[in-house]
Design a protein around this ligand. Structure first.
Ligand code: ADP
Length: 401
C-alpha cells in the first residue's frame, strides 16, 4: 500500500511517502513545502539524506502546495510514482482532537466538522490541518484519508489529572482542561524504547521526554498516558525554546497592569519571547545556548540550568504519580542530540535508581540507543522519533480494516 503522510502547518506542509506491507515499510520520498501564502515559496526534498531546494515559486495556498508535492512525486528527476492513482491512502497529523477523538479515524464529513469544532482549541494548527485534508479531497477525489491526533494518546489521563482547579462549569461550558500534545511521539518512542530495553510496554512505568523546540514530558503506565506536562495549550509545562512553560497566572495580571500588555502582547510574550530565548537573551536554539554557556555567558548557563532543572522536576513528579519508574526515554532534536542535557537531567536522579553510562551517553549523538549504566535499576534510552511513520502505520491499520 502506498501511503502519503502530510503534516500541514499554517505556512508549511511536510510530506513523506511510504510503501507499506505487513512486514514493514520503505520510505520513497520526503520533503517540505515552505512559505505558503508568503512571498518566496519553496519546495525542498530530502535527497541522499540532505534537504535540497527543488523548486522556488510563490505558493499562495495549501491546495497549490499539495499540487506541487504531487507533481514532484510523479514528474521530473525526483519522481517516484508513475501516476497519482498509485497512492492508496493519505494520513494527516491533526494537532487537536479535543475530547472527541481518542484514536485515529477515517475522515468523513462528520469528522471534518468535528476537527473544525476543535479549531477553537487550536486556532493556529487545526485550520491548517483541515486545509490539508480538503486540498487532498479536491485533488484526489475519493481517496481514503486518515486523521491522526496529537492529543489522542493523552485521552487516558484520569479526570483528577486533566482538570484545572477552577470552577467546574468552565470545563462543562468550554471544555477547559488539560489535553497534552506530542502524543504521537510519546507513544512511539516509549514503545520503541521498551522493545530496545526488553521491557513489556503494557506492564511498565515509563517517562518520556520529547525535547524539541516545543517540549513535553509524559508519564506512561502500562501502555497508557497517565499525565503529561502540556495542558490546555502547548505553552505550559517545561521551559522551551521560546515558550515559558508553567507560570504563575498572577504574573500575567501583574504585567497587564504594569506594562499594559494587550492579549496579543501577552500571547507573544508567553509563546515567542520566553523560554531559552527570553532567559538567555541570545537564542532559542540549544546549540547556541550550550556554546555560549561553555564560553562563560552567565545568562546562557542560567537558561541551560533552568531548562534541565525543570525536566528533572517533571520526571520526579511522574515517578511520584506512577509510584515508580522502569524506563526513562529521551527524544526530539535536543533529547536525541544533546548529551549535555541528558547528562544534566540524569545526574541528580540517582535516588530513583537512574544512573547513566557517561561514555555511552556522549557516544550517542543523533542515534538511538541505551545510555543507562549496567548497575542502573532504571533503563534509560534515546530514541529517534518518527511521527510520520506512526501516522503511516495508523493509516495502514485503519484502511486495511
Ligand atoms: P521541532 O519541535 O521544531 O520539531 P526539533 O525536534 O527539530 O524541533 O528540535 C530542535 C532543537 O534541537 C533545537 O533547539 C536545536 O538546537 C536542538 N538540537 C539539534 N541538534 C542539536 C545538538 N547537536 N545539540 C544540541 N541541541 C541540538
Amino acid at each position: 500500500m502506498i501511503i502519503l503522510v502530510l503534516n500541514s502547518g499554517s505556512s508549511s506542509i511536510k510530506f513523506q511517502l511510504f510503501e507499506m506491507n505487513d512486514q514493514g515499510q520503505q520510505l520513497l520520498s520526503k520533503g517540505i513545502v515552505e512559505r505558503i501564502g508568503i512571498k518566496g515559496g519553496v519546495l525542498k526534498q530530502c535527497i541522499g539524506g540532505v534537504s535540497q531546494v527543488v523548486l522556488e515559486k510563490d505558493i499562495p495556498d495549501h491546495t497549490i502546495g499539495i499540487k506541487l508535492v504531487f507533481e514532484n512525486l510523479t514528474k521530473g528527476a525526483n519522481a517516484v510514482l508513475k501516476n497519482l492513482s498509485e497512492i492508496n491512502a493519505v494520513g494527516h497529523r491533526v494537532v487537536h482532537g479535543g475530547e472527541l477523538f481518542k484514536e485515529s479515524v477515517l475522515v468523513d464529513n462528520a469528522v471534518k466538522q468535528q476537527i473544525k469544532e476543535c479549531s477553537e482549541l487550536a486556532p493556529l494548527h487545526n485550520p491548517a490541518n483541515l486545509k490539508g485534508i480538503m486540498s487532498v479531497e479536491a485533488l484526489l477525489d475519493s481517496i481514503p484519508q486518515v486523521a491522526v491526533f496529537d492529543t489522542s494518546f493523552h485521552q487516558t489521563m484520569p479526570t483528577k489529572a486533566y482538570l484545572y482547579g477552577i470552577p467546574y462549569n468552565y470545563y462543562e461550558k468550554y471544555k477547559i482542561r488539560r489535553y497534552g500534545f506530542h502524543g504521537i511521539s510519546h507513544k512511539y518512542v516509549a514503545e520503541q524504547a521498551a522493545e530496545m530495553c526488553n521491557k513489556d510496554f503494557t506492564n511498565s512505568k515509563v517517562v518520556t521526554c520529547h525535547l524539541g523546540n516545543g517540549a513535553s514530558v509524559t508519564g506512561i503506565k502500562n501502555g497508557a498516558s497517565v499525565d503529561t506536562s502540556m495542558g490546555f495549550t502547548p505553552v505550559t509545562g517545561l521551559m522551551m525554546g521560546t515558550r515559558c512553560g508553567t507560570l504563575d497566572p498572577g504574573i500575567l495580571l501583574y504585567l497587564e497592569e504594569k506594562e499594559h500588555l494587550s492579549i496579543k502582547g501577552i500571547n507573544n510574550l508567553l509563546n515567542k519571547e520566553s523560554g531559552l530565548q527570553g532567559v538567555s537573551g541570545l537564542s532559542s536554539d540549544m546549540r547556541d545556548i550550550e556554546k555560549a554557556a561553555d564560553d562563560g555567558l552567565y545568562r546562557a548557563k542560567l537558561a541551560f540550568d533552568m531548562y534541565t532543572y525543570r525536566i528533572r522536576k517533571w520526571i520526579g513528579s511522574f515517578v511520584g504519580v506512577m509510584n515508580g519508574i522502569d524506563l526513562l526515554v529521551f527524544t526530539g532534536g535536543i533529547g536525541e542530540n544533546s548529551f549535555k542535557v541528558r547528562e544534566d537531567v540524569c545526574k541528580q536522579l540517582s535516588f530513583f535508581g537512574i544512573t547513566i553510562d557517561e561514555e555511552r551517553n556522549v557516544g550517542l549523538c543523533g542515534q538511538g540507543g541505551i545510555i543507562s549504566a549496567s548497575n542502573s535499576s532504571v533503563a534509560v534510552a534515546v530514541v529517534n522519533t518518527n511521527e510520520e511513520l506512526v501516522i503511516a502505520q495508523e493509516v495502514f491499520k485503519i484502511v486495511n480494516n
